[in-house]
Design a protein around this ligand. Sequence first.
Ligand code: GDP
Ligand code: MG
Length: 196
Amino acid sequence: MEKLTQEKTLVLIKPDGIKRGLIGEIIRRIEQRGLKVIALKMIQVTEGQIDGHYPKDAAWTHRLGEKSLGTYSKYGIDPVEALGTDNADEIGKMVRSWIVKYLTSGPLVKMVVEGVHAIDMVRKLCGNTLPNLADMGTIRGDYSVDSPALANSGKRAVHNIIHASENPEEAKHELAYWFTPQEIHDYKRAEEDIMF
Ligand code: GDP
Ligand code: MG
């Protein structure tokens, strides 16, 4: 079994995060928690690469569509008027295609972050997917006010600065997808002996 101190998660700083000069701030927040960056690279990716990064199963796309429908219902927007359909699967596919465009619109920074409960800890640092709902003190809450209602009206993905694996299955897929084992490093942070 993997050591509890060595749980790994994948982080992408998205093109808006790069263009807004937030690389250093994001890494600072990760390191401040005692989490360790063990692989790091800036890349320009293709639409095909992003297509393979996000899950393709119907349940994931459906969930994405449901999220938009939830937003529309909350703000009294008619999905048929806005997007031409109220079918969650169709809307999910639309949103997925916008994400692919968003993540290929400029370079990304990809990294592997390791530490105690790294997956949940990094998600906590990110905050809610939708910046308008993200708590202050989180990366998305502190640096963005984008909302799904606004993003959908522009037929684009919500700009939320950072991607982080949601669960162990996603982390396993994404780590192997973006890095070879040789590109992932092992070192000890100075404070490990004192913190744990
Ligand atoms: P994450 O794991 O927090 O990134 O969220 P998801 O996996 O649910 O969604 C993937 C990405 O799709 C998000 O990071 C956003 O960039 C985008 N996104 C999610 N929900 C919506 C939505 O309702 N509308 C739009 N336009 N984009 C969305
Ligand atoms: Mg996700």
